[in-house]
Write a protein that binds this ligand. Structure first.
Ligand code: ZN
Ligand code: ZN
Length: 79
């Protein structure tokens, strides 16, 4: 909602940012705030930690095929 706006907005000046932008699934910060390049690089190797929709901590399980991450609200995401 009222976070800092350091980087350039992908929506242009005056546009309303909607909640569907969501959160970074590694650091839990709003995806539209700051840079998540390092998060994206880490996420190539690691499971997510936060639900990108509601920011809850995910329950991560490592499985032979990769991982599964479960949000209490939004269900399971698998690699
Ligand atoms: Zn991040
Ligand atoms: Zn969720």
């Amino acid at each position: 909602m009222a976070g800092p706006h350091d980087g350039p907005s992908p929506y242009g000046a005056g546009a309303v940012q909607v909640a569907s932008v969501g959160y970074c699934d590694r650091c839990g910060e709003p995806a539209a705030t700051g840079s998540h390049d390092r998060c994206a690089a880490a996420r190539a190797l690691e499971p997510p930690r936060y639900c990108p929709t509601c920011r809850r901590r995910l329950v991560v399980q490592v499985v032979p095929t990769g991982w599964t991450a479960r949000c209490a609200e939004h269900g399971v995401t698998a690699s």
